[in-house]
Structure formats: C-alpha cells, structure tokens
Design a protein around this ligand. Structure first.
Ligand code: PEP
Ligand code: MG
Length: 575
C-alpha cells in the first residue's frame, strides 16, 4: 500500500528509485575509568583515531572532480580544520588526563561543550557549524569504536534513494559519485550542509523527515519530490505515471531555460534588466558564468575569513579578489566584511563578550569601523584588485550617514597610501551601501547623495523590519517579504535612489525568488543579484513581463486600503 510522507523539500527535482538505508548512525558511547598507567596509551588511541579520520577526509577531498562548485571542497576543508582544532583535540586529551576516562567519553564531553557554544549562535552559517562538530566527532568515534558507518560505498551500483538519520558532506560526495539519485534524512533544515550540498550537486533532497528509517523499507520503490518535500513509498501505477511525466517536463524545462543563457534579460516592452550572481567563494564565479549572470552583484567576502586559522593577509585577499575580478565578465560588487558579534573568526582575539542580541550588535560595518586595521587590510587588497576589472565596493549594515562618511574616509586613506607606494588602483571605484536596516531605507534620500549605488538586502531588512530573528525556527512563519511595511521600505529605497540618479539593486533572497520578480519589476527594480542557479528562471520571468503594465498593477497594490484588497491586488500580478 502506498504511503505519503512529508519532510522539508530543500533541493528541487524528482527521483524514482529503490531505498538504500545508511545504517549505524547512532553510536552508543560508554564512559569508563582508565588507570593512571594507561592514560598515555588512551591519549595515543585518541590521536591515532584522529589521524585516521584526517586521512579518510583527505581521501574524500582528493576524489572531488575538478569543476565542482567551490563550496563542496570547502565543506571538507572545514571538517579537516575542525578535526585538527585545538578546542577539540586539546580538550579531549585534557578530559582523558584530568578525569581519567576513556577516549570516546572524553571526546563526547568536548563535543557537548562545542555544540552548546554553536547552538547559542545567531548566524545561520555558524549555527550549521554545530552539524560540522557532530559529523567530525562521529567520524573519530567510529574509528575509536571500530564501527565504521555502513556506507554502501563501492557496492552502490543500482540507482537508489539514500535514507539516513543525517548524512555528512563527505558521504554525500562519495555517494553522488556512485548512483545515489536522491537523499532523504531524518534531521536537518534548509540551511543544513546536507541541503546546501544537495542543491549544489543538483540532487533532490528531503530533510527533517522524522522516523524515515523506520517508515521506509529497504529496497522498496519511492518517489522523492525535493521541491515539495514529499516522499511516496510503494507508489501505484497512476502515481508512477504522474511523476514520470513530471520528471520529463522538468527535464524539458531545464533544456528550455538553458536556451535562455545568452539571450538578453529584456522585458516584452523593452526594459533591460541586469541579472547578477551572489557568490561566496572565488570558485563560484564559474557557476555564475555558466548561468549567464551579468557579473556579480554580491561577493560575500567573510567566507575568506571563516573555516581557517588566523586572518587572511592582504596578499591572500588580493590574490582571491583578483582571481574573481579577472574571472567575471562585467562588474563585480565586493561586499566588505559582514562579520561580528557571534560571527567570530579565529583571529586570536574576541571582540568583546557574546552579546544577548548579536544581530543588533557589533557586526558588519560597525565592527570594521571599530577595528579599522581589519578594514584597512581588506580595503587595500580590494583596491589593488580593482586594477584587474570593474570593482564596486559595497558596505553592509549601514544605518547612518556618519558610518558611511567614516568608511569613505578610510577608503580614501587606503587609496592615498597605495598611490604613495606606487601601486595600481582603478581610477573610479563606485562605493555603495546595502540597505538592510529600516533606518537606512527611511533615510535613503539622505544616503543616496553620498553613495554611487544602493543594494537592498532583504534578508536582513525583513528581519529588522518585522523584528523576526531570521534563523529562529519558532518565528519563521512571520518572515514575510510581502508584508506591506517591507514593500513600502523597498519602494522608498528604489524611489530615493532613482530620484538621486544612482543605481538601485537587490541582493537578498527575494531577488532570486521568481514569485516576486513581477512585483519587483513593477516597483521599478532593474538590478537583481541572486544565487547563480536562479538566474535563468528569473530571466524567463523578465522576458515574459510587460513592465509598464506591472507598474500600474503595483500602484494598485500600494493603494489597497484593507488586507483583502491588498491580497487581491497581489494576486492580480500573477501572469
Ligand atoms: C541580506 O541581508 O539580504 C544580504 C544579502 O546579506 P546576508 O544574507 O549576507 O546578510
Ligand atoms: Mg545582510
């Protein structure tokens, strides 16, 4: 009999195949006393296990095919760093020696302490580090307890759907090189590394499907719908037929989208739109190019500072920025560091105690202005890289004119320094502000006079406008890009920017969500920056739109006096 199960769809696509379960996810760890004479041997046992785990990960890393998106190798690099990290290794050795306990139990204690720290964190990227700790520790535990996870490794020859409690980035890489067609896991959310990796590799995935291993039987046929988060076990002929047709349609759709790659992003009534990519690592520039992005609208440079020991030097940053600038055709907007508060880097110093409200604390431009040396090193690297292409500098979290002016003064000082040293810097480098704090949107007419462009960061703008922590699952249901207050702030920003004659773009998630493309076009937005995978779909929506018609319709959305009318007018925007 067929069985419908629902989880969270995190990577689109449909797969039909038999279930292969990954066994042995949960390890039983016992704690027992070790005599003082055996402590050295116990420490050695732990170190051996750590080295074996490192060797396993190096092996996985060497198997990543060239041309794979950069974030995939980065996940393995993070694990390699963590496995060698003093907070894990020294703490475990310390527990063995001071408590006189076995290596497994000592490691579990270090894990618990690290997980507790990561769970406090507000930032989505850092919160997912909790998963990294779990994955890294469980790899070492498996070596220690000699209970290697039952990966169907070389035996995986038939196309299959992997069903598991959780799955590590290393396992995903190994299995994707065999015949895994989809992933179903019991844990994880849309920001988990499983989700991010599955999207990067184009593997349909459903996560957070509790009890999946109990409910699904080994070898039974399932349909996985990674868009809607459905898993249908033991489907009947009608369901199989329906989903096979959907699969064919999706394949045809992908082909049609690909054919748009070199076509202009021009609306039916001739409005030209610039569709750019958001990137996080220099390697992502390739994916942007492959999807026909017209440059990079957001390069999140903080990724250069994370997953590593110490801060990147000016030379390292210069090398990374130059590589991206040379690889990208068209302008590239480099955002200055968006670190701070909880987003600590391993610089050997903490920037004060962890505050209660990190999102409202010392982050982004606030941190850079408080620590001008941090900003200076990045700025020098960035200005030097400007000699190789069309660089624009973007300042995150601007909330006042004073911040903008201070940042511009520091940029000018770096420019003067470099000129004195005889280094090449582009003559004109546009400097823009991210509009992601309501205060900036409200003061947009004032800010617009002192910047070259605006870029609306809806991820934070929505968080701060609606007072919703963007990573708190409990209030996720309130996170609404269509809230009238959010739409008004977006409109104010676009209008203020255009009135001052500067460019206005958007680089938050809203810009890459095709459900909002028509609304944003109707608001007068002509620059969108998004995950490279969304560029072609948004391009299709642009090419099928009449901007003049949408403008009139959006005016009616804003004129609506009640929520019913507002909803009706929003519906009227649909094609
Ligand atoms: C945003 O806030 O919309 C944005 C693009 O920046 P981030 O998601 O990196 O905070
Ligand atoms: Mg932001």
């Amino acid at each position: 009999m067929s069985l419908w199960l629902s989880g969270i769809g995190v990577s689109r696509g449909i797969a039909i195949a038999r279930v292969q379960k990954l066994h042995g996810g949960d390890l039983e760890i016992a704690e027992y006393a070790v005599t003082p004479e055996e402590l050295d041997r116990e420490v050695e046992r732990f170190r051996d296990a750590q080295n074996q785990a490192l060797a396993q990960l190096h092996e996985v890393r060497s198997r990543i095919p060239p041309g794979t998106p950069g974030d995939i190798a980065a996940f393995i690099d993070t694990h390699l760093l963590m496995l060698d990290d003093r907070s894990l290794v020294d703490a475990t050795v310390g527990h063995i020696r001071t408590l006189g306990i076995n290596a497994e139990a000592a490691l579990r204690r270090s894990r618990d302490a690290l997980v507790a720290v990561f769970e406090q964190m507000e930032d989505p990227y850092l919160r997912t580090r909790r998963d990294d700790v779990e994955h890294v520790v469980s790899r070492v535990q498996r070596v220690l307890t000699k209970s290697e996870r039952a990966l169907p490794d070389a035996g995986l020859t038939e196309p299959c759907v992997i069903v598991s409690d959780d799955i590590t980035p290393a396992d995903i890489i190994l299995l994707s090189q065999q015949s895994m067609l989809a992933i179903v896991t019991e844990y994880g959310g849309p920001l988990s590394h499983t989700a991010i990796l599955a999207r990067s590799l184009g593997i349909p995935a459903v996560v957070g499907l509790h009890n999946a291993r109990k409910l699904l039987r080994e070898n039974e046929t399932v349909i996985v719908d990674g868009e809607h988060g459905h898993v249908l076990a033991d489907p009947d002929a009608k369901a199989l037929d329906h989903y096979r047709r959907k699969q064919d349609q999706q394949a045809e759709d992908r082909r049609l989208l690909q054919s748009l790659r070199d076509k202009p992003a021009l609306s039916r009534d001739g409005v030209g739109v610039r569709l750019q990519a958001n990137i996080e690592l220099p390697e992502d520039a390739q994916e942007a190019e492959a999807n026909g992005a017209a440059g990079v609208g957001l390069y999140r440079t903080e990724f250069l500072y994370m997953n590593r020991k110490g801060l990147p030097t000016e030379e390292e940053q210069y090398e990374a920025y130059s590589r991206v600038v040379s690889a990208v055709k068209g302008p590239i907007t480099i955002r200055t560091l968006d670190l701070g508060a909880d987003k600590q880097v391993d610089s050997g110093q903490r920037h004060g105690p962890t505050p209660n409200n990190p999102a409202l604390g010392l982050r982004a431009i606030r941190l850079c202005l408080k620590e001008p040396e941090l900003f200076r090193v990045q700025m020098r690297a960035l200005l030097r890289a400007s000699a190789h292409g069309q660089v624009r500098i973007m300042l995150p979290m601007i909330s006042s004119l004073a911040e903008l002016r201070q940042a511009r003064t520091l940029i000018s000082a770096c420019r003067t320094e470099l000129a004195r040293e005889g280094r090449k810097v582009a003559d004109h480098i546009p400097v823009g502000a991210m509009i992601e704090v309501p205060a900036a949107a409200i003061a947009a007419p004032l800010l617009a006079r002192e910047v070259d462009f605006f870029s609306i960061g809806t991820n934070d703008l929505i968080q701060y406008t609606l007072a919703i922590d963007r990573v708190d699952d409990e209030v996720n249901y309130l996170y609404d890009p269509l809230h009238p207050a959010v739409l008004r702030l977006i409109r104010m920003t676009i209008e203020a920017g255009h009135a001052a004659g500067i460019e206005v773009g958007m680089c938050g998630e809203m810009a890459g969500d095709v459900r909002y493309t028509r609304l944003l076009l109707g608001l007068g937005l002509t620059e969108f920056s998004m995950h490279p995978a969304n560029v072609l779909e948004v391009k299709r929506a642009v090419r099928e739109s009449e901007v003049g018609d949408l403008r009139a319709k959006v005016d009616r959305v804003f004129a609506a006096t009640g929520m019913d009318e507002f909803e009706r007018e929003l519906q009227a925007l649909k094609p």
